[in-house]
Unconditional design. Structure first.
Length: 118
C-alpha cells in the first residue's frame, strides 16, 4: 500500500490482494505481473512470491488508519474481479470498516474480461 501515489488520477493505492490468474489474451501484457515477477524469490520483498494470487489479511484495515479523505486505487497489483478470496472481493471489507464513507475507491479490472466499479 502506498499512502501517496504518482498516478495522476488517484491519491493512494491499496493492495489487500496481489497476483492473479491469467484468464485470457488480455492478460498477456499485464504490467503488474511483469513488475511482481522481477522480485520472485527475493527474501523479504513484498513480491517475494511473484505474481501468485495472495490475500494479505494484514492490509485489509489499512485505509481505516488514514485520517484524511482520498481517492484510493484498489488492487493496482491484481485484478479484484478475478482474484476472489472465499467468494468475496477483498474490497468488500471497506463497507464493514466504515472507510467507504470517508474515501473514494476506484476498482479497475486489469484484464478484458473484468468490469469497472467506482
Amino acid at each position: 500500500m502506498a499512502q501517496t501515489s504518482e498516478i495522476e488520477w488517484t491519491d493512494a493505492t491499496w493492495n489487500p490482494v496481489t497476483g492473479c490468474t491469467k484468464i485470457g489474451p488480455g492478460c498477456d501484457n499485464c504490467y503488474a505481473e511483469r513488475f511482481a515477477e522481477r522480485w520472485r524469490g527475493v527474501a523479504g520483498h513484498p513480491y517475494e512470491q511473484g505474481f501468485d494470487l495472495t490475500l494479505w489479511p494484514s492490509r485489509l484495515m489499512q485505509p481505516a488508519q488514514w485520517k484524511k479523505p482520498r481517492m484510493i486505487f484498489v488492487n493496482s497489483m491484481s485484478d479484484l474481479f478475478v482474484a476472489r478470496q472465499s467468494g468475496r472481493d477483498a474490497g468488500d471489507n471497506q463497507d464493514e470498516t466504515g472507510v467507504s464513507r470517508r474515501f473514494g475507491f476506484c476498482r479497475v479490472g486489469l484484464c478484458g474480461a473484468s468490469s469497472f466499479s467506482g
